[in-house]
Design a protein around this ligand. Structure first.
Ligand SMILES: CC(C)(COP(=O)(O)OP(=O)(O)OC[C@H]1O[C@@H](n2cnc3c(N)ncnc32)[C@H](O)[C@@H]1OP(=O)(O)O)[C@@H](O)C(=O)NCCC(=O)NCCS
Length: 235
């Protein structure tokens, strides 16, 4: 327990520029919530459900961070600020995860079983982000503040928006075409590809109108070959 605590404190000092000293870090609600969770989780695994729940609710009352005692949280998880964080029962959080206030690792179904996300190692989850359903977020991903992620994300991606779209992969910006091909991205009316397709459809419609006009003229010519004065080439 103390080894883990020392590790946590060192981790907070490294990840929070505002942390000036160990005493500072000891006041962090994110740290308190993790300590409470470790105790609650052990009790949960020993089937002491009521006690585990009671500790988790006490932690929630004191820190405003709600971690279900059944959730699995890896080492050196740092919840910065913390207020409003909710982590569901079947969520799995890897090592070295950093998350900010109002993050939700939630479910999308009322059925029992795995219904919360699995977060890889070294993931950063921005404030207000919601990661929903039994999906996986790959190692070292960065989830933008207020993003809503409801599809699997491969490793080393940056995801922003609602629904979450991959905007960077391995540090490189993702082009529109790749964004459309990616598992997470669905057709988005704002997307450039849609706009390009609309433009092409409009162009094709214009061509079609011209062709219909041309066909009408040819038919007219066939009916009255001598009265027709405008050549087809002109049109
Ligand atoms: C997502 C995030 C990690 C991206 O950081 P980054 O790798 O530096 O990426 P960029 O800033 O180059 O952004 C890439 C694109 O995503 C957009 N973007 C970034 N963050 C966004 C967000 N939260 N929501 C919507 N779009 C976002 C940018 O505008 C940019 O779009 P563009 O290419 O069309 O200009 C960062 O913006 C973020 O949200 N961090 C969370 C920080 C936080 O919660 N802090 C709380 C402190 S208390």
């Amino acid at each position: 327990m103390f080894v883990l605590l020392k590790e946590d404190i060192r981790n907070v000092m490294a990840k929070d520029p505002a942390a000036r000293s160990v005493m500072d870090v000891l006041t962090y609600p994110g740290l308190h919530a993790i300590i409470f969770h470790r105790i609650a989780h052990r009790l949960w695994n020993r089937k002491r459900y009521f006690l585990a729940r009671a500790i988790s609710q006490l932690s929630r009352f004191l820190t405003h961070i709600e971690i279900h005692p059944g959730a699995t949280i890896g080492r050196r998880c740092f919840i910065d600020h913390g207020d409003g964080v909710v982590i569901g029962e079947t969520a799995v959080v890897g090592d070295d995860v950093l998350m900010y206030h109002q993050v939700t690792l939630g479910g999308t179904t009322l059925s029992k079983g795995k219904r919360h996300p699995t977060i890889g190692n070294g993931v950063m989850i921005g404030m207000g982000a919601a990661i929903l359903g039994p999906i996986s977020v790959g190692d070292r991903c960065r989830i933008g503040s207020n993003a809503v992620v409801n599809k699997d994300i491969p490793s080393d991606c940056t995801v922003v928006g609602i629904p979450g779209r991959i905007v960077k992969r391995n540090g490189e910006s993702v082009t529109t075409q790749i964004v459309m091909d990616n598992d997470i991205n669905r057709v988005d009316p704002q997307d450039n590809t849609i706009r390009e397709m609309r433009q092409r459809i409009e162009m094709l419609e214009q061509h079609n109108e011209k062709l219909e006009e041309l066909i009408q003229r040819i038919e007219e010519h066939e009916r009255h070959p001598h009265c027709w004065s405008v050549s087809i080439e002109e049109s």
